[in-house]
Design a protein around this ligand. Structure first.
Ligand code: PMP
Length: 354
């Protein structure tokens, strides 16, 4: 740290993103990207838009907001666009949380939530998950704080129902409930219909997973017009051109290729079932998942050892040192071929450990 940095960040611990090796020598199952490339129409749209890169993009992102609104049966005023849902989450923490508006989220969830709270000086409570990493909605009902829940949760892969979310939203009418649905398109139940009834619900989604656009950086929120206006106020005070022309063009073309992405999601769900079954045979304990990843524990070696031994064999998965989950690894679901390589290396490691 230089001597010029503000001392208010002395104790800030920055988020550590998953490894992104640039030479692609690994079977990369560590950051929950789609293993499938964008649809060919997306590549065409990006190529065409590149000729207009001398001009700033539309700060309102109208074409894309109109299209998302149409798809989700809401009005464009209910849609907010961000440079990845990470930026969206940051804007939401900034807009809705402060010293007198603390926030609560599960103790095991997306690592950015506590970082944003710390960065902004927002008091936060980490609500312990129950046995088996189960989120008990009762822990959040009538809590009297802003609430952030990833549903399905990461890194566990478990989800709660829209009815449970409704209870949480209904019983906290004076607080914002942010539901982060980054992984909703792999079998979970989204809570978008609740938006029509509750003005304290903010739903965040992303193009990074189901829509194969992690490198494009696009997240979006759906919520009441007033909440979207609040987010807009922050956005126009930070970076009014937060969505690049290339990303907007890619996203529009993505929405026209929905059947391709739905097919990919089906493949991922089939590969997920296959991988769980194979891990079961090896004695692994794997949580039920409605996402494009698995949270799994090896009978023979701890999570850190499994991560390192897989990496040494060319397969990247994600592991955290945090005590409650240090036995576990999170494994992104890739193509069948990638999962077979992963399984082959796992068998190899188990044999060596026996
Ligand atoms: N929420 C959750 C739960 C995530 O796991 C991620 C991806 N790491 C994000 C949000 C952020 O996704 P992105 O910024 O790529 O939209």
């Amino acid at each position: 740290m230089s001597r010029y940095m503000s001392s208010r960040f002395d104790s800030l611990e920055a988020y550590v993103p998953g490894e992104q090796p640039q030479d692609m020598q690994y079977v990369k199952l560590n950051t929950n990207e789609s293993p499938f490339p964008p649809a060919s129409a997306v590549l065409d749209a990006v190529r065409e838009e590149a000729g207009r890169l001398n001009l700033y993009p539309d700060p309102e992102g109208n074409a894309l907001r109109d299209k998302l609104a149409f798809m989700y049966g809401v009005r464009p005023e209910n849609v907010f666009l961000a440079n990845g849902s990470d930026e969206l989450l940051f804007f939401a923490f900034m807009a809705f949380c402060d010293q007198s508006r603390p926030v609560a989220f599960p103790n095991i969830s997306y690592g950015f939530y506590p970082v944003y709270a710390q960065l902004l000086g927002v008091p936060y409570t980490e609500v312990p998950l129950r046995e088996g990493f189960v989120l008990d909605p009762a822990d959040y009902c009538g809590l009297g704080k802003n609430i952030v829940i990833a549903n399905p949760n990461a890194p566990t892969g478990r989800a709660i129902s829209a009815a449970d979310i409704e209870e949480i939203v209904r019983t906290n009418p004076d607080h914002l409930v942010l539901i982060d649905e980054a992984y909703i398109d792999f079998g979970g139940e989204n809570c978008l219909p609740l938006m029509k009834t509750y003005d304290n619900l903010l739903v965040c989604q992303t193009f990074s997973k189901f829509r194969s656009l992690a490198g494009g950086r696009l997240g979006f929120a759906l919520a009441s017009e007033a909440l979207i206006q609040d987010l807009d106020k922050i956005k126009y005070s930070v970076n009014s051109y937060n969505i690049s022309r290339l990303t907007a063009a890619a996203a529009l073309a993505t929405l026209d290729s929905n059947s391709y992405y739905l097919e990919n999601s089906q493949k991922i769900q089939a590969n997920r079932a296959y991988t769980i079954a194979e891990l079961d045979k090896l004695g692994f304990e794997t949580l039920p998942s409605v996402t494009n990843f698995l949270f799994t524990r090896c009978p023979a070696v701890d999570g850190g050892t499994l991560y390192r031994k897989l990496k040494a064999r060319g397969v990247l998965v994600r592991h955290w040192d945090k005590a409650e989950i240090s036995d576990w690894c999170r494994v992104t679901i890739g193509t069948r071929e990638q999962m077979d390589v992963f399984l082959e290396k796992v068998r190899d490691i188990i044999k060596g450990a026996g």
